[in-house]
Design a protein around this ligand. Structure first.
Ligand code: G4P
Length: 529
């Protein structure tokens, strides 16, 4: 064994970058990996086609749309600390997937486009972080081109997120005229950047004394120092406790495309982001990082690429030391699971993992029995709280185009359900040849169509249903729903966890149903929109 869980956990930082699409997440991820020493040479950065080092776009559809549908994991080292960067899908339709990824990280970097400020998806992702108590570091990107005023952006964060920004770096020169950066903790100097063309190389960084900066940068330096004075007066100073409590966010400025400000951000993740901590258990108590092995399955993915037609469960190690080949127990079933095939998964590349520590992510191959939200453990039993599901708002009946391929159809739908690509609902009325798919966003349906055709060779037809709202209910509620003519409701048995869901055409119908049956429980699910 190459280290003990406690000391190895202490030198781990597991984080995700959250942003609205196009804010520069792929660019930043790549820049972070460039600065740090990537542990594997996989070049696993997500990105759009054509960019160097892009390896994780595994689906044609994903490439065509230029968005990342799946989440990859990257591991690299900086200042002797092992960084695990979990990618989050940026598209709104995949917020449920994102939610699961955020259950597996200890910190998030919120990326904001300097010109656009807080965008819709940033808000949603931030809400998820807040809900999960994940502390947030902010990186204001694209400072190399015209954008909004730095102070105005900070105001927006404070006003809209009730999160006090505590800038750690401050730009010299407004957006579009970036001259350099001042580290707020050391204002006697400025880091001056000379941008490298094309973003292929790190920007040339030069340390310049305050006197020299004042002489050479003129009005830009004066403005920056005035703004810094103002910040000091208003108390926007980084305080580790307040940051970890989710009350403040350290703010960095930069331009990922030119690698500007990226090293400072990386340093901050090492210095400020929390190391893996004891994890809360279902029913109270927590599992210390040096307890026997435990891990959380936060993502299950099949057929990540054609040369490996198998199924991978991504497990975040929460406590203890994971060693390949060990037999772990699945908390939900109590069954043993042999981890002979454990990999680190970087896009399409895989390497065997021999040992992993708290904060690390391992991909367990051929993990047919594992489900998202499962806890794995050795020795002392551990169960982590279940992952909440989002309220679906789109519903469609799915049928095989070719009835002769029913077997493949059933297998494919079951697989996608287990992965959490969509929720699959079955009612007595419809049977399992025509289940109802429920999605947070309509793009999930496109993924289903694509994968059913390409992976399971069972093309499907989707017929949208005119429901837009779901409420969790119980057997009695389901019965009432099926009887109620008033709301044209439909009660579904959700296969996976046997929960009843009531489907309604609109919120108005929910209200009228509640008036008709005031004693029945209708539970609101977490709204994704
Ligand atoms: P995403 O993963 O968040 O969707 O964003 P991505 O990194 O793909 O970046 C979106 C666009 O923003 C890209 O331009 C990228 O080059 C650009 N970008 C990212 N960071 C910066 C920055 O710091 N400054 C400037 N000026 N631009 C930045 P694109 O034209 O869509 O793609 P590409 O052809 O440049 O790859």
């Amino acid at each position: 064994m190459s280290g003990d869980a406690k000391s190895e956990a202490a030198r781990r930082r597991t984080f995700a970058v959250i942003s609205h699409p196009d804010a520069g997440k792929s660019t930043l991820t790549e820049a972070l990996a460039l600065h740090a020493q990537a542990i594997t040479s996989a070049g696993a950065v997500h990105g759009k086609s054509g960019r160097r080092g892009v390896a994780s776009d595994w689906m044609e559809m994903e490439k065509a749309r230029g968005i990342s549908v799946t989440s990859a994991v990257m591991q690299f080292e900086h200042q002797g600390v092992v960084l695990n960067l979990l990618d989050t899908p940026g598209h709104a339709d995949f917020s449920e997937d994102t939610y699961r990824v955020l259950a597996a990280v200890d910190c998030a970097v919120m990326l904001i486009d300097a010109a656009k400020g807080l965008e819709e998806q940033t808000r949603k992702l931030f809400d998820v972080c807040r809900h999960r108590g994940v502390p947030v570091i902010t990186f204001i990107n694209k400072w190399d081109r015209p954008g909004r005023e730095a102070l105005e952006l900070l105001d927006e964060i404070e006003r809209e997120f009730r999160l006090k920004p505590t800038p750690v770096t401050w730009p010299v020169g407004m957006a579009g005229h970036l001259r350099g950066m001042v580290d707020v903790r050391d204002q006697d100097q400025m880091l001056r950047y000379t941008r490298a063309p094309g973003g292929a190389k790190e920007a040339v960084e030069e340390t310049v004394s305050a006197e020299r900066a004042a002489a050479e940068e003129g009005a830009d330096w004066v403005q920056a120092t005035e703004e810094l004075d103002l910040l000091r007066e208003t108390g926007g100073v980084h305080d580790p406790e307040e940051f970890l409590a989710g009350k403040t966010t350290p703010v960095f400025f930069g331009a990922a495309v030119s690698n500007i400000g990226v090293r400072l951000l990386l340093d901050a993740v090492v210095d400020m982001a929390p190391a893996p901590a004891p994890r809360e258990l279902e029913g109270g108590g927590e599992r210390p990082v040096d307890a026997p092995f435990s891990g959380l399955v936060f993502k299950v993915q099949a057929n990540m690429d054609r040369s490996h037609r198998d199924r991978i469960a991504f497990v975040r190690v929460c406590s203890g030391v994971f060693e390949r080949g060990m037999t772990v127990k699945q908390a939900a079933t109590g069954r043993p699971f042999a981890t002979k095939y454990a990999h680190s998964v970087f896009g399409q590349d895989r390497t065997s993992v021999e040992t992993a520590y708290p904060g690390d992510v391992v991909g367990l191959v051929n993990a047919a029995a594992l489900r998202v939200g499962d806890t794995l453990y050795t020795e002392r039993r551990a169960v982590f709280p279940p992952m909440p599901t989002f309220a679906p708002e789109h519903f469609a009946v799915v049928r095989p185009v070719d009835i002769g391929r029913s077997k493949q159809f059933r297998r494919g739908i079951a697989q996608l359900d287990e992965e959490g690509v969509v929720q699959v609902l079955v009612s007595d009325r419809r049977g399992d040849q025509a289940p109802v798919l429920a999605a947070v966003g309509p793009m999930q349906f496109d993924v289903v169509k694509h994968r059913m055709e390409n992976e399971f060779t069972a093309p499907v037809r989707l017929d949208p249903l005119a429901y837009s709202t779901a409420r969790a209910t119980d057997l009695e509620g389901a019965d009432a729903l099926n009887r109620s003519r008033l709301v044209h409701g439909e009660a579904m048995l959700r296969v996976r966890d046997s929960a009843w869901l009531g489907l309604f055409p609109s919120r108005w119908h929910v209200s009228s149903f509640e008036r008709e049956f005031p004693d029945l429980p209708l539970e609101t699910l977490i709204a994704a929109h």
